[in-house]
Design a protein around this ligand. Structure first.
Ligand code: ATP
Ligand code: DNN
Ligand code: MG
Length: 268
């Protein structure tokens, strides 16, 4: 008899970071790639994206559609095919704090609408590995009462098909120890589970990077938060100011594939 491979447990992960530009999108795309290789049906969701290009069809009567690079990369690395709006239900043009962009564009964000849209996307894709990328750090607001942390709680709540695990991306730079420890406290204070953290080297030569890494590894291990992987600085992500947008996205995709090698252990 042919042995039957055991079914992979469904997973829903929420990717947060120590700050904006910590590397959440790079790590998210890498995790989608690694999960796909492990046999998962993968789907990446960017609930709120601030910082979009307007794609026009040449007709001055049509306003065009907003496209965000993070969401496009998550779409590219999802092996369950879905239209753009399912990957990114709320898109704003300005690359600023999302609640301010939403206010400026007179489309205020509301937690219940955002939650509904995310649940719709997740149900439509029906993937076995669902990845949700936040924006900025853990407590980035969506309005004056709620933050993306509240969205993470909603997506891990009673209506959820499976429990939600948070993964913290620590962008290795001076100051990241404090940001990482604050983020861990804030994630735990919401009663959410941290599956682990990923160390992401943001500079080719951070002073005493290894000592920072070892300190965080030890201190977080005492709280039973494992290091899931360390992604090195990837020179291929350095771009000239005049690099065309499609080339930028291709470079990010190549870098994500490289980064996924450092995260393979999460799926073995
Ligand atoms: N390991 C790395 N090596 C080199 N450059 C990196 C690395 N990780 C991230 N970067 C660069 O740092 C920048 C920020 O990365 P990324 O877009 O993944 O951050 P983010 O946390 O998703 O930000 P946001 O809050 O806007 O979603 C990008 O230009 C990316 O190419
Ligand atoms: C535009 C940027 N790249 C991110 N999408 C949004 C970062 C919001 C940070 C808000 C803050 O913490 O002050
Ligand atoms: Mg991002």
């Amino acid at each position: 008899m042919t042995p039957v491979a055991p079914a992979l447990p469904n997973r829903r992960v929420f990717i947060t970071g120590t700050d904006t530009d910590a590397g959440k999108t790079l790590i998210s795309a890498a995790l989608l790639a690694a999960a796909g290789r492990a046999g998962y049906q993968t789907f990446g969701l960017k609930p709120v994206a601030a910082g979009c290009e307007r794609i026009t069809d040449g007709n001055a009567q049509h306003p065009g559609q907003l496209r965000n690079d993070d969401a496009l990369l998550l779409q590219r690395f999802s092996n369950v095919e879905q239209p753009y709006a399912i990957h990114n239900p709320f898109a704003f043009e300005a690359a600023i704090a999302p609640h301010i962009a939403a206010r400026q564009e007179q489309r205020p964000l509301k937690l219940d609408e955002l939650t509904r849209a995310c649940r719709h996307s997740l149900a439509t894709a029906n993937a076995s590995f669902e990845l949700i990328e936040g924006a900025g750090g853990w407590l980035v607001p969506i309005n004056t009462t709620h933050s993306l942390a509240d969205l993470a709680v909603e997506l891990g709540g009673d209506d959820a098909q499976q429990p939600l695990e948070v993964i913290l991306v620590v962008g290795l730079r001076l100051g990241c120890i404090n940001h990482a420890l604050l983020s861990v406290e804030a994630i735990h204070s919401r009663g959410l589970t941290l599956a682990g953290w990923v160390a992401n080297s943001l500079s080719p030569a951070m002073d005493v990077e290894q000592a920072n890494l070892e300190y965080l590894t030890d201190v977080l291990a005492q709280q039973h938060i494992p290091l899931l992987g360390h992604v090195p600085y990837l020179k291929m992500l350095e771009q000239a100011a005049d690099t065309p947008p499609q080339q930028l996205l291709d470079n990010k995709a190549n870098a994500a594939l490289r980064a996924s090698q450092s995260l393979e252990a999460m799926f073995s």
